[in-house]
Design a binder for this molecule. Structure first.
Ligand SMILES: [Fe+2]
Length: 272
């Protein structure tokens, strides 16, 4: 599917250029990289569904697909004013960045040239992309567009996090949201989330190992076969899991995560 985003890419890059004078802006440069990769993943999801069987037509109309890649492009635009004002990406200590992205899109008129339906679906996905859970009341198309962004976002966050889990880089603290780096410790509640089939909550994280477990629990809700396979083929999840301590108390959670990874690889568990 050919979706021309060139004007929007320029618009997004012009927008972020307005933040070039923010001091210590390395985390913001990472957000630009992250955004462009999320767009690539969203395009891959949309392409993977094109030409598939007919009952998927509700998801594959041009409007929903265009909305999905636009939402991917703008989903984190609120990160820039968030960091400029609060010097953190921690929503709990600043502002809900998805709501700020939504307001920024509206105030900057990013989607002013789009069809109202496309703009509505894209705004909905941006607003909901970081919710812990989505309402069952969402329309199927809104759910589809939002899930494309959420899957694509997670796929790139895996890459970012693995880089920071393995390297002591200056931005590491900001990326790891200030959890403690004690290689032998984890939070039992987060390990329970793995076993219960729940996605762990950011607010429960205390140690770097909790981050590893959280990333593992995201496999519970990756929806599209394309993103699930891409994760398995990237080798990133193996890296996340191999850093977990080899402790008896964590064995069941580790085994469950490895089994989930095999499901991703084999195409089981997708819901597209
Ligand atoms: Fe986000």
């Amino acid at each position: 599917m050919n979706i021309d985003l060139s004007a929007h890419r320029r618009r997004f890059l012009d927008y972020v250029d307005g933040f070039r004078d923010v001091p210590d802006a390395a985390p913001l440069r990472l957000k630009v990289e992250h955004t462009l990769r999320v767009v690539e993943h969203a395009e891959a999801v949309v392409d993977s569904l094109a030409g598939d069987h007919a009952e998927r037509a509700w998801a594959l109309c041009d409007d929903a697909c265009r909305a999905a890649v636009l939402a991917a492009l703008y989903h984190d635009c609120g990160r820039f004013p968030q960091f400029r004002q609060f010097r953190t990406f921690l929503d709990a200590k600043s502002v809900n960045h998805a709501e700020l992205s939504f307001r920024t899109m509206r105030d900057e008129g990013f989607l002013k040239d789009e069809k109202p339906r496309v703009a509505h679906l894209a705004c909905c996905a941006v607003l909901l992309h970081n919710r812990y859970a989505l309402s069952p009341m969402l329309s199927r198309q809104a759910r589809f567009v939002t899930d494309v962004v959420r899957d694509s976002d997670k796929l790139d966050i895996f890459r970012v996090m693995v880089g920071y889990l393995d390297n002591a880089l200056p931005e590491r603290d900001a990326v790891l949201l200030h959890v403690k780096d004690d290689p032998g410790l984890w939070t039992p509640k987060v390990a329970e989330d793995v076993l219960a089939g729940r996605v762990a909550r950011y607010t429960d994280l205390r140690f770097v190992n909790d981050f590893r477990l959280l990333l593992g629990t995201w496999m519970h809700e990756l929806r599209f076969a394309a993103t699930r396979r891409a994760l398995a083929e990237s080798g990133l999840m193996e890296k996340v899991l191999e850093g977990l301590p080899d402790e008896p108390g964590l064995r069941a959670a580790r085994e469950k995560l490895h089994a989930m990874l095999e499901d991703c690889r084999s195409g089981r568990g997708a819901n597209d």
